[in-house]
Design a binder for this molecule. Structure first.
Ligand SMILES: [Zn+2]
Length: 471
């Protein structure tokens, strides 16, 4: 046999640990893993001597605006940023104008992704909402990997982006969870208490307190964990598998930990910004540091790491949410007007690898691989097609050097909304990604993503949930 690609001499993540091995790739899949020097001839060889080789990153939480707002980013541009950051599969959340709550809308989004030419593999969440509960089980048959919902009415002026995506009261949550439970897929919910938040925003506005420093106090930790408590309780009753998305408080993480200990199927996601940034960023960057839930105090950030290390956190998503600078700038007049979201699809893995290298948080390389590559594949029913280096699985890899450094520079960001990338700009990362490989094809080489020259535009394929749905 002649291999398409051989990755040799690297420290490879196999069976939960790193050891030196050679990887042979043929027809987009791993063909064999051998001791060094034992592979047959290959078309192309990458020497990974002194570097680490891990399964491709799976970003569990991204928002691509195509086709509703292509000016903010498209499947093409944002997937280039994904490739730059070692992400080989993205899981796309709705808020896409309109969100994919039925087959027709989902089919259209699949078509847009294929036409734009996504660089990395992609899968879709479906929207679950109180308006169209009858669509929930139907859309599972289209291969979505999970559901997403919000617990409030559509924000004013954004009705089109939220139709079919909201559970506006407890009855709707109950009905939707019962439907989702029939599919066995996860329901991810934005877990913040809208009554508390709206009340505080109204109060602050009435007092003229509309500066950036009021964003975090308008969404206190209690707003997150009261909602998490309710969701856990209702999911237990309805048998719905729950994904707690972008969790930012230790109280909520503790509730998830206890639910898991009781045997409930609860999956916990957090994001790099909740682990690495504090509310001080709002003072520095104003609306450019606005995200929901908001950044927290240093004390909270320190506590979250305990749940990252003890296994409570299942996976880390970027919550990549692109907006234009002029949209963000509305927050200088009134912070509550600015859209919430940070971009960071390109930094999810590098930021965490850098924490390993720095050694201050006690996180290991193996744990980062679980959080960013392996656990997402398992939780979203993509395993063992994705998330593992073994014969027969998709040949998705990231190769990186822990003895090299990189400096974050927004001008080099491939996202169409690169100008809003302020919070990490200038950070020195204690790692360097060398290659990102999607199904045997090198989509990023030494920081360069060049889809036209490399023939990788449109290389990304739709990935479907491997969980069988009842007929
Ligand atoms: Zn999100």
């Amino acid at each position: 046999m002649r291999l398409d690609l051989a990755v040799i001499n690297g420290l490879v993540y196999l069976d939960g640990m790193f050891r030196k091995a050679d990887i042979g790739i043929k027809d987009e899949k791993f063909a064999m893993i051998t001791e060094c020097g034992k592979l047959p001839e290959a078309e192309k060889v990458i020497d990974a001597e002194g570097k680490y080789v891990i399964p491709g990153g799976i970003d569990t939480h991204v928002h691509f605006r195509d086709p509703g707002h292509p000016e903010r980013g498209t499947f093409y541009t944002e997937s280039m940023a994904a490739a730059a950051g070692g992400t080989t599969t993205i899981l796309e959340h709705p808020i896409s104008s309109p969100p994919q709550y039925n087959k027709e809308i989902l089919d259209n989004r699949k078509k847009v992704a294929a036409e734009r030419g996504c660089i990395v593999d992609y899968a879709f969440y479906g929207a679950a909402g109180g308006q169209y509960p009858e669509e929930i089980t139907k859309i599972a048959k289209e291969g979505i990997v999970a559901y997403k919902s919000f617990l409030h009415q559509a924000p004013e002026g954004r009705e089109k982006e939220f139709v079919g995506l909201t559970m506006a009261n407890d009855y709707e949550i109950y009905v939707c969870m019962k439907e989702v439970a029939k599919t066995g897929l996860m329901l991810a919910s934005h877990a913040e208490n809208n009554d508390i938040i709206q009340g505080l925003i109204n109060k602050f506005r009435a007092e003229g307190k509309v500066g950036a420093e009021y964003h975090c106090p308008s969404r206190p930790p209690i707003a997150e964990y009261t909602t998490v408590q309710k969701l856990i309780t209702m999911a237990a009753d309805t048998g719905c598998v729950l994904e707690l998305a972008h969790i930012s408080t230790p109280e909520a993480m503790q509730m998830a930990k206890e639910a898991k200990a009781r045997g409930q199927k609860v999956f916990l996601e957090t994001c790099p910004h909740y682990l690495l940034l504090t509310e001080e960023e709002l003072i520095k960057h104003g609306p450019y540091a606005k995200c929901n839930p908001p950044l927290r105090t240093k004390e909270i950030v320190d506590k979250l790491w305990e749940y990252v290390l003890d296994g409570t956190v299942d996976f880390i998503g970027s919550d990549h949410g692109a907006f234009l600078p002029e949209e963000k700038d509305t927050g200088y007049e009134d912070i509550f007007k600015a859209p919430a979201g940070l971009i960071g699809i390109d930094l999810r893995l590098p930021l965490l690898l850098s924490e390993v290298a720095k050694g201050e948080r006690g996180i290991t390389l193996e744990r980062v691989v679980e959080l960013c590559c392996v656990n997402p594949a398992k939780a979203f029913n993509l395993y063992p097609k994705k998330g593992v280096i073994q014969p027969g699985s998709d040949a998705d890899l990231v190769i990186f050097d822990m003895n090299d450094k990189t400096v974050v520079d927004w001008r080099k960001n491939y996202s169409k909304s690169r100008e809003i990338a302020k919070v990490y700009d200038g950070w020195e990362l204690h790692c360097k990604l060398n290659q990102t490989i999607v199904r045997g094809k090198v989509v990023m080489n030494e920081g360069v993503v060049d889809p036209i020259a490399d023939g990788t535009k449109g290389w990304g394929k739709l990935v479907l949930s491997l969980l069988k749905q009842p007929e």
